[in-house]
Every structure is written in structure tokens, then in C-alpha cells.
Design a protein around this ligand. Sequence first.
Ligand code: ASP
Length: 344
Amino acid sequence: MKRSSILLIYTGGTIGMKQDPGDQTLKPFDFGQILEEVPELQKFAFRVDSYTFDPLIDSSDVEPSLWKELATLIRDRYEEYDGFVVLHGTDTMAYSASALSFMLENLAKPVVFTGSQLPIGVARTDGKENLISAVEIASAKDPQGHPLVPEVCIFFNSKLLRGNRSTKVSSEDFSAFRSPNYPPLAEAGINIRYNQAAIRKPLDWEAPLRISTELDTSVSILKVHPGITPQVMRYFMCGDATRAVIIETYGSGNAPSRQWFLNIVKEAAAMGKVLMNVTQCMSGTVNMDLYATGKALEKAGVVSGRDITTEGALAKLFYLLGKSPDNDWVKARLGDDIEGEISF
Ligand code: ASP
């Protein structure tokens, strides 16, 4: 079998940060120092090349332009490598992994995001283990020579999660990510155990990778809360610059039943806005048929996001809105399972 090769893409994040002696804050340092801290990478029987973004960033500064750069890099190097590992800050990793899952169409190779809670130069770092396992997973093949995980995913603290199902759940624990509505794709112990039934396989292994980089970001996120006012709500939902609104609702997709609330939803729907219902709960699904307050939203023109994460919903909307100026077409596609982001 041909020797595997992995491209390690370094975008920034805590994994590669060091304390600035001046203001004592963490700032990214260059990739050479990461490699020095992880000599184990040289023990692999396969080639690990690297690509460093310039400038390196704290992932709080991530913008869709970085996703476009990442997707283009992966497309340009796709034939050369068996898998890709993206070193990325944890703060927006779930957003980036969700976005790339849609942007990389016909993906048949692993794209594994990872990072760490403690910098790699610190004695108790979680970065080494995360990086080494992510590289191993990106290179893993089945007996036919196909990659074991041909998906965009996140490896963190011994768990491999589907990228567009993941969310950051802790700013302190090593176990910083979870995919509450989907089982882990793999778990690393003495061996890495792959959950084959949960992993998506491409319909056609040979289909050429396509990238979709036209994203339309005219989306707002409205978190429903007691005390919400008509002014705030109208600002989020009816602005000219907004094509779509993610309404983060209570429980199984419920919202206040007050008439002014429903009137504003109807007003936004009549303006042609795409309105998507996503639950504020950490797990579970939107079901607008369960309570009268959910049913009223559905009648007013809100579409169920089912069990999608807010990160996944944002990425799905950016991607679909970027594909067409027709909001009705986008609405009709929201219920499709495009990249394993929702369950039925
Ligand atoms: N602020 C950092 C970032 O997202 C945090 C991290 O990497 O854990 O880049």
C-alpha cells in the first residue's frame, strides 16, 4: 500500500500560543515550535507536511474568508494528501468545522479539526495527545484503502465528533466539545475504536471534490428570552440586511404566545425572510407539533431546524443562501439532511 501523507494546517489557537512577556496575554507562535514540542510526529510511518496561515489568529477572529482560504487550500492539495488536520482555536472550532462540512462537497477524505485548552509548551498540555491522535485518525484506512473517516470532524479529549454536530461546552475542561445529538465517530483509548455505523461514507469515492465558497452571511440569531421586547425583536427579524433568522426557542421549539410576538414573526415571514427554529436546549429536537406555542410559530411560517446545533444552522444558512437568491428555495432545503447535520 502507498505510504500515507497528511497535511497539517495551522491556523492559530491556544495549542500554539505562548505568554507574551510584555502584557502576559496568550499570543500565537510559529509552527516550528509546535513540531519541536511534538517529536512523536516523526515516529509515524507516513509523511506529515505542514502549512501555516499568515497571520496566525485567535479563533475569535475567524471570518468566512478564513473558511474560504481553508476550503481552497484543501481543494488545491486534495490529490496530494490522504487526510488533513486543521489546528484551530477552540472558541469557534465548531463554527469552522460546520462551515467546512458544507463547503467541501463530495468530500471523501478526513478533515480533522483539533486544538487544545492548554498551550502545547505547557507540561500538562492536552495539545500533544489531541494532535497525535488527530493525525493518526486522518491517516487511518480500511482494508480496501478507503479512509476510515471521510468527514469533517473534531477530535478533542479522546473523542472524534462530527464537525457539524459539535459544540464547545466548556471553557476550562479538557473535555471541551460534545455532539449531544449524535454519537462519537470514534473514541481513543489503548486503541482507536471507530463507530462505523455512525460514519458517513461518500456515495461515490471517485467523485471530484468541489468547493462552495459563495457564502451569504445575512443571517441573524435571535435568542428568545423572558422580557424580550417588540423593538428588539423587530430589529433582529425585519431589517433590510437580514435574509434569514435563526430563532433560538425554548424546549421543543416553543416561544411566547403573545400576539405582538407572533405578529412580528408573521411580518418577517411576509417580507420573505427565512425563519429557522433551533432549540436553546443542549440536546433534543424541535417539534413544533407538540405545544400550541410551537404550532403557532409553524403556522406563522417558521421552519423546523430539527436537532441541528446553532453553529450547524448558521453554516447551513450561509451555504444555502450563498447558492441561491431565492429564499423559497432555501426554505425548502432546510429540512434536507445535507451533510449529516440533522436526524430523522
Ligand atoms: N481563544 C482561543 C482560540 O479560540 C482559545 C483556544 O484555542 O482554546 O483561539
